[in-house]
Design a protein around this ligand. Structure first.
Ligand code: ATP
Length: 354
């Protein structure tokens, strides 16, 4: 299903036509003469450079730099108080940065460009912010009015289809479950056909089934090429949905594809399980050239440091069999995004103790 995105669907409060928000030619107009940041390209939805936000003495986030390409699902992770929501609010022009620069959908972030940026983005805050005594459709009609959307009917129908809510269109929002309300909130953010969708903890408080539904919707939006900036505490969610993730803890700790972060942080290893503990593991593993070191967390379970698991695995198997061991399994050690996250955040905790 294609959401309608005719520029004529939008009008400003004064009746003038507005551009549809999503980038069409890959180029959006910068409406002032602020310098374009180094590295900005027409394909870049967000360019954030050394951005800092302080509230008095408190630093919400500091010296944050990253870029997000159009069509990317970008995960923004970090512990409570890391500055995630404040980053979203800053990029969403709700508050001003203390220092640093950014372009959002091609437009330099500054006070003058706020309205222009807001026409090209949508923010779904953690709480859905709907009118419970209005129906789903009435809520969407109301927000379409606020967005200055003309001919809202087809757009509302399109967004309801996008979030699988057509059959609940006439239900009062107050009568919907939390998960369904999140879907309405998502429909609302889609009304304006945003170039960038900011989702702030969209599955917070949802049960696993409702969260899975939201995941499917995000996946569907990704397939349509919507750029999504997703803040979440759910690491498995980020791992599943995001092309790249950033880990923030006031400063940016890392940014990259989950698999690259795993590779950067964790050396390659093989996990070997044997029916009984090895008689002399030191001697056995020292005799296998591909093994650089080993440790054991449990009887009959060994993690071997290797530089290339595919080269090492056959050598290790031969060595074990040669030593008369009953091998139950041998495989590459798997590290999750959660391992990466915990490793980095633990480093910060340790550093703060020093
Ligand atoms: P959570 O995961 O708990 O939602 P977060 O990563 O979104 O946290 P923020 O809400 O961005 O974190 O808060 C970052 C820091 O900025 C916190 O120390 C918070 O207390 C502070 N902060 C946020 N908004 C304000 C404000 N309006 N005035 C003063 N301090 C604020």
């Amino acid at each position: 299903m294609k959401l309608p995105s005719d520029p004529a669907d939008f009008e400003a409060g004064d009746g003038t036509r507005l551009e549809s928000h999503a980038p069409r030619s890959g180029r959006t107009e910068a409406v002032d003469d602020s310098p374009v940041l180094g590295g900005t390209t027409d394909q870049t939805a967000l360019v954030v450079k050394e951005l800092t936000k302080r509230f008095g003495e408190r630093t919400a986030f500091s010296d944050v730099s990253f870029q997000v390409a159009y069509g990317e699902v970008f995960g923004f992770l970090g512990p409570n108080g890391a500055g995630k929501t404040t980053t979203v609010r800053t990029l969403g022009t709700l508050i001003t940065a203390t220092s640093g620069t950014a372009t959002v959908a091609g437009i330099p972030l500054n006070a003058k460009n706020g309205a222009d940026i807001r026409r090209r983005i949508s923010i779904m805050p953690e709480s859905p912010g709907l009118y419970w005594r209005l129906t789903v459709t009435e809520n969407l009609e109301y927000f379409a009015g606020l967005y200055g959307l003309r001919r809202a009917g087809p757009r509302i129908k399109g967004t309801l289809e996008a979030v699988n809510l057509v059959d609940r269109a006439d239900d009062l929002c107050g009568a919907l479950s939390k998960g369904l309300r999140q879907r309405v909130a998502l429909a609302r953010t889609l009304l304006s056909d945003p170039a960038i969708l900011f989702l702030d903890e969209p599955t917070s408080g949802l049960d696993p089934v409702a969260a899975l539904e939201v995941h499917h919707l995000i996946d569907e939006l990704r397939r349509r090429g919507v750029t999504i900036f997703l803040t979440t505490h759910r690491l498995e969610e980020a791992e599943k949905l995001c092309d790249r993730v950033a880990i923030l803890n006031t400063t940016l700790r890392t940014v990259g594809r989950p698999e690259d972060l795993r590779a950067q942080l964790f050396a390659s290893a093989l996990v070997v399980k044997t029916r009984a503990p090895l008689h002399d593991p030191d001697r056995l593993f020292a005799g296998i050239p591909a093994v650089q070191g080993w440790h054991s967390d449990a009887p009959g379970s060994y993690e071997l440091s290797v530089s290339d698991p595919r080269v090492a695995a056959p050598e290790v198997t031969r060595g074990l069999v040669g030593a008369g061991a009953d091998v139950l399994s041998i495989g590459e050690a798997q590290h999750s995004l959660e391992d990466v996250y915990l490793e980095l955040i633990d480093e910060d905790v340790e550093a703060s103790r020093r």
